[in-house]
Ligand binder design. Structure first.
Ligand SMILES: Nc1ncnc2c1ncn2[C@@H]1O[C@H](COP(=O)(O)OP(=O)(O)O)[C@@H](O)[C@H]1O
Ligand SMILES: [Mg+2]
Length: 311
């Protein structure tokens, strides 16, 4: 759906986007991750035909951003990082304004707006003034706004920024649902963990360079970060140190530590099953009180990729 080839964008001497190539397909939720100033917004503006690249090409559903701006605007929804002013509009009026701006036939507008309000869980706020909404609701309204013309491709610039944990979960559910509907989503964030659970793939950008693009699992494998498991045994007399040593010696584990009576195991990158740990412990006569698998920490993977370089 999106094909970027060797795109470069300069602002004077500054290379904001440096020879980026990237593919994102339909139904994919692509997390575009990088520190402030990395070039995320610039890349998204190029896809939205708001900036022209200095070199390279970018296609959206087969349309060239350099020549087919009109066709792209019809199938693409772009939510900028700053949402702008609302003046004295209700949620419904605000969406009607954008439906009109997108030339949606008058007869269709009400049904379309009811649909996007439902999807973004704002139906009850239809008559509320936009200004009275919480930050999370405003961000969801921003998504609702770019959905009124039913675009195939959505570019959402930092939609989860500044949201509290609850609002972030609601945003995550909304984005997951949009992916399920088959839309192609690019979602940016400068906070890695904000996106971890909602993306099917990620790209890490820094100083205009795309350092990595692919699945999250692959990112972990590449960076040598494995799944983790926390194990607590029933018996307080369990020989934790001896068991730790056996676990650490297995080729399927990368490391094992004991702290506060809990064995913390990090699996070898790429090792996805942790059942062998249970078998090892049971074979040694241990009863397991708690066995808690944890996804690897995305922050660890991120840290090993970027060195905190910010322009
Ligand atoms: N219109 C502009 N004029 C000059 N420099 C810009 C402009 N827009 C962005 N930049 C610079 O380009 C770099 C990338 O910016 P941006 O794409 O906004 O990063 P991000 O969205 O990842 O925070 C930054 O150094 C920023 O200051
Ligand atoms: Mg930005």
């Amino acid at each position: 759906m999106i094909e970027i080839r060797g795109v470069t964008k300069r602002f004077g001497k500054l290379v904001a986007v440096d020879d980026i190539s990237l593919d994102v397909g339909a139904g994919e939720v692509f997390g575009f991750i990088g520190p402030n100033g990395a070039g995320k917004s610039t890349t998204m503006k190029i896809l939205a035909c708001l900036l022209r690249p200095d070199a390279g090409s970018a296609m959206v559903d087969g349309h060239d951003v350099m020549t087919d701006g009109d066709a792209i605007r019809r199938i693409l929804g772009y939510m900028p990082d700053v949402l702008g002013v609302y003046d004295d509009l209700t949620v419904e009026e605000y969406l009607h304004f954008f439906a009109a701006a997108f030339n949606l036939p008058r007869k269709q507008r009400k049904a379309t707006i009811d649909g996007v309000l439902e999807l973004t869980d704002l139906t009850e706020k239809k008559k509320a003034m936009v200004e009275s909404l919480s930050r999370g609701m405003k961000q969801r309204l921003g998504v609702a706004r770019v959905l009124v013309h039913d675009p195939k491709v959505l570019l959402l610039d930092e939609p989860a920024s500044g949201l509290d944990p609850r609002a972030r979960i609601e945003m995550r559910e909304l984005l997951t649902e949009l992916g399920r509907m088959g839309k192609c989503l690019i979602v940016s964030s400068h906070i890695l963990t904000e996106l971890a659970q909602m993306c099917t793939s990620i790209g890490i950008i820094e100083r205009g360079k795309l350092l990595y693009a692919g699945s999250i699992e692959d990112a972990y494998r590449r960076m040598g970060v494995g799944d983790r498991v926390r194990i607590r045994l029933e018996s307080e007399e369990a020989p934790l140190e001896a068991l730790r040593s056996v676990i650490a010696g297995d080729e399927r584990t990368q490391s094992a530590k004991v702290s506060d009576g809990v064995i913390h195991v990090e699996l070898t990158p790429g090792q996805t099953s942790h059942h062998f740990l249970i078998e090892m412990l049971v074979a040694r006569g241990q009863r397991i009180a708690a066995f808690t698998p944890e996804a690897p920490r995305l922050e660890d993977a991120f840290m090993s990729l970027t060195k905190g370089q910010v322009q």
